[in-house]
Ligand binder design. Structure first.
Ligand SMILES: Cc1cc2nc3c(=O)[nH]c(=O)nc-3n(C[C@H](O)[C@H](O)[C@H](O)COP(=O)(O)O)c2cc1C
Length: 339
């Protein structure tokens, strides 16, 4: 069988060996609390590459220490982080996979002891602090921190950068009218709410000409939030700016309840792709090879992001290949078991 899931995919100067992406997943395992990668991260990411994932993406990696979700997040706010991230990349590249880093700032969702920052002084819930409203100077500093992080990502040998614009973290807080109540030109109408992301993209592009992805939450599950019309506008803008692919997730902006089912976010990826022509990644309860194959064959998305199924089984691509009757080459060392 011709399995599209195992066909190559080219983004800019990079060809992925297949369409399977390890979805970014926080591991809260930088036990030294300084953002540095350790033996856990090296094994964790390399094993998914050995499992034949085409693009292995790191968890949300903080561009400034106050932008961490927890004190144990991975970080890229200093040149001291490059060495550990380079080791992660060596492990991933050893198996012919490409690597991506998700650059993130948690904004008001930072669960830290020190002060936290957001577009508007609105707390997420009772457990988290009320953030300080960012001044224009704060905004520019964070944009520069994204740029510096992108420069370090390049020095650490990442092949792809993804900006975390989803799940109610800082970029998403600027995009959403539920969290952005600013009166300056970073708030108000959607063109203004997009300004922060637009400036982050432009700053990153000054130091990074490789593939650039952005993850968004395409449903906020609450009235008054961004609508599909808003997301179509953002997608057009991103396309115009040269973003290569939108990784389409949902939720997390406010504590709203959602009803997940297999492929629950797929229609958003499909709509953005069809209406704007931008490439999309699908994510969310995709657990079977046939399910992944269906969405690719029907051109509902270009890449398939796998999260929890890959935590359960680092060899998920092999499981998917078996389901599709596709003969997937594995690591040379495991050949006797892989047939
Ligand atoms: C343990 C865990 C940590 C996660 N951390 C992140 C993250 O750092 N960045 C992100 O964009 N999404 C994060 N997510 C969301 C996943 O990337 C993915 O979108 C979600 O789990 C749905 O896909 P799945 O059903 O295949 O797991 C996390 C999910 C899990 C389960």
């Amino acid at each position: 069988m011709e399995a599209k899931l195992f066909s190559s995919y080219t983004i800019r100067n990079l060809t992925l060996k297949n369409r399977i992406v390890m979805s970014p997943m926080c591991m809260y395992s930088s036990t030294t609390q300084d953002g540095k990668a350790n033996a856990f991260h090296f094994a964790h990411y390399e094993s998914r590459a050995a499992g034949q994932v085409g693009l292995v993406m790191t968890e949300a990696t903080a561009i400034v220490p106050e932008g961490r979700i927890s004190h144990e997040d991975l970080g890229i706010w200093s040149d001291d982080h490059i060495e550990g991230l380079k080791i992660i990349n060596e492990g991933i590249h050893r198996h012919g996979a490409a690597s991506a880093i998700q650059l993130a700032h948690a904004g008001r969702k930072a669960n830290l002891k020190n002060e936290i920052f957001a577009p508007s002084p609105l707390r997420f819930n009772e457990q988290l602090q009320t953030p300080l409203e960012m001044s224009t100077g704060d905004i520019h500093q964070v944009i520069m921190a994204f740029k510096e992080a992108a420069r370090r990502a390049k020095e650490a040998d990442f092949d792809v950068i993804e900006l975390h614009g989803a799940h109610g973290y800082l970029i998403n807080q600027f995009l959403s009218p539920l969290t952005n109540q600013r009166n300056d030109n970073y708030g108000g109408k959607r063109g203004n709410r997009y300004r922060f992301l637009s400036e982050v993209i432009a700053a990153v592009q000054e130091v990074w000409d490789g593939p650039l992805l952005v993850r968004i939450s395409a449903d906020e599950y609450q009235e008054g939030g961004n609508t599909m019309q808003d997301f179509l506008y953002y997608a057009e803008e991103m396309k115009e700016q040269g973003v290569d692919l939108i990784d389409v997730s949902s939720g997390g902006v406010v504590p709203a309840s959602i009803n997940p089912f297999p492929g629950y976010q797929l229609t958003y990826a499909e709509t953005l792709k069809r209406e704007t022509g931008i490439a999309t990644g699908a994510v969310g309860l995709i657990t079977h090879g046939l399910q992944a194959e269906e969405l690719l064959q029907n051109e509902r998305a270009d890449l398939v992001f796998i999260g929890r199924a890959l935590l359960r089984n680092p060899y998920w691509p092999k499981q998917a290949a078996d389901e599709l009757g596709f003969s997937l080459e594995g690591p040379r060392q495991y050949a006797r078991a892989w047939k």
